[in-house]
Design a protein around this ligand. Structure first.
Ligand SMILES: Cc1ncc(COP(=O)(O)O)c(C=O)c1O
Length: 398
């Protein structure tokens, strides 16, 4: 057999997959596992959205559409961006993709050449490094920690810029830390990007989940110069509990969107046609659902943060958005559970699953092995049970 391509060899299997597979195995054996691993809201997609999908199917809206999406959905996105994000785009500056993940992948492929450096604040979403690798680029992680609230500053950014730097991928509110940027912070970052003519993919998939009176600001809205360099990415997965529907979008300069369109023309084509019609309903008529989910997440966040910080060996900062907590486990590394050494975040995640029946995501694939990620997109009842399990597990640490 001839070898697989060099390109695909660069893609690592998901380090979180073995945990997920083990969790499933335990569940199939009838073991109750508390799932702090979920990267998706635990609510059902609202009924009005499902209804529009059924209606579209019944109307026979089941054929190909333009690759970048039907004009009605593009228009709904354009109006949303104007109203909520203070961004003005025309139809040829918007493309609808199979999730925000696909939008980011296309954008990275369109912008990154062999040897280009791509800056990503660390910890980062697990898929960014693989996308950059696949495109032939070099990921340059900008480390952040509790002291800087897991955020980069303009000063820090400048230190990592070289003549090979092509792109910054910024994600706020962040998966995994939940931290977000203020308008002033974004203005400072934008200034540096404009000065060095560096592109920015702004991944704003968690924009609806920003807490404590903070306001989500799109970096592209901060002036015409930064807008020319920015591809704003968003989607319906997290905002409307539609992860399985696969709807995301990107907007940006016409040349970039048109190149993304070419790539998509020859790979996936348009996203599912009847889903596009349901997406219009989601964007236009979901305020009530979003505020219900939002209020529920705040309750859970406040509870889980307080409880985790009461537990010896663990600490976490209060996230400002999304539905994750990023828990520092440094004190546990090098310690033993019964006779098993906790070497790294992967080993801790494995022990928590097998011994405490709690699924968490190790920090390593996010770029920082001193942490684990817990999602609070699970019921308060389960959160309480999971916390008890973790507490009991930790009484056996020595
Ligand atoms: C930061 C971030 N960006 C993008 C995505 C992709 O979302 P989707 O492809 O479901 O729209 C996710 C999903 O977990 C995410 O956490």
């Amino acid at each position: 057999m001839k070898p697989l391509s060099q390109k695909i060899k660069k893609i690592q299997p998901s380090a979180t997959l073995s945990i997920t597979a083990k969790a499933k195995q335990l569940k199939s054996q009838g073991v109750k596992v508390i799932n702090f691993g979920a990267g998706e809201p635990d609510f059902d997609t609202p009924q009005n959205i499902k209804q529009k999908c059924i209606e579209a199917l019944n109307k026979g809206l089941t054929k190909y559409t333009p690759t970048a999406g039907v004009p009605e959905l593009k228009q709904a996105i354009i109006e949303k961006l104007k109203k909520e994000n203070n961004l003005e785009y025309t139809s040829d500056e918007v493309i609808i993709c199979c999730g925000a993940k696909h939008a980011i992948f296309n954008a990275v492929c369109v912008l990154v050449d062999d040897g280009d450096e791509v800056l990503v604040p660390s910890p980062y979403w697990v898929s960014y490094p693989e996308m950059v690798n696949f495109a032939g680029g070099k990921l340059v992680a900008i480390p952040t920690d509790e002291k800087t609230n897991f955020k980069i500053t303009a000063e820090l950014l400048k230190k990592y810029i070289t003549d090979k730097t092509k792109l910054l991928i910024l994600n706020y509110p962040s998966n995994p830390t939940g931290m977000t940027y203020t308008k002033e912070e974004l203005q400072d970052i934008a200034k540096v990007l404009v000065e060095h003519q560096i592109y920015c993919i702004s991944d704003e998939i968690y924009e609806k989940l920003v807490y404590d009176g903070l306001k989500h600001i799109s970096i592209a809205s901060l002036g015409p110069e930064i807008k020319k360099l920015t591809i704003t990415v968003n989607g319906l997965s997290k905002a409307y509990s539609m992860t399985g529907w696969r709807v995301g979008y990107a907007c940006g300069p016409k040349e970039i969107i048109s190149a993304m369109n070419n790539l998509q023309d020859h790979s996936t084509s348009n996203i599912t046609t009847f889903v596009q019609y349901a997406s219009i309903e989601a964007i236009k008529n979901s305020d009530q659902f979003v505020s219900m989910m939002y209020n529920e997440f705040i309750k859970r966040r406040d509870y889980i943060v307080e409880e985790i910080n009461k537990i010896p060996y663990l600490k976490t900062t209060k996230p400002q958005g999304a539905f994750y907590i990023w828990v520092n486990i440094k004190e546990l590394k090098g310690k033993k559970y019964k006779d098993q050494l906790i070497t790294d975040s992967l080993k801790l995640a494995e022990l928590l699953l097998v011994e405490a029946k709690v699924a968490v995501i190790p920090g390593l694939p996010f770029g920082d092995d001193d942490y684990i990620r817990l999602s609070y997109a699970t019921s308060l009842e389960d959160i309480k049970e999971g916390i008890e399990n973790i507490k009991n597990f930790l009484t056996n640490i020595e």
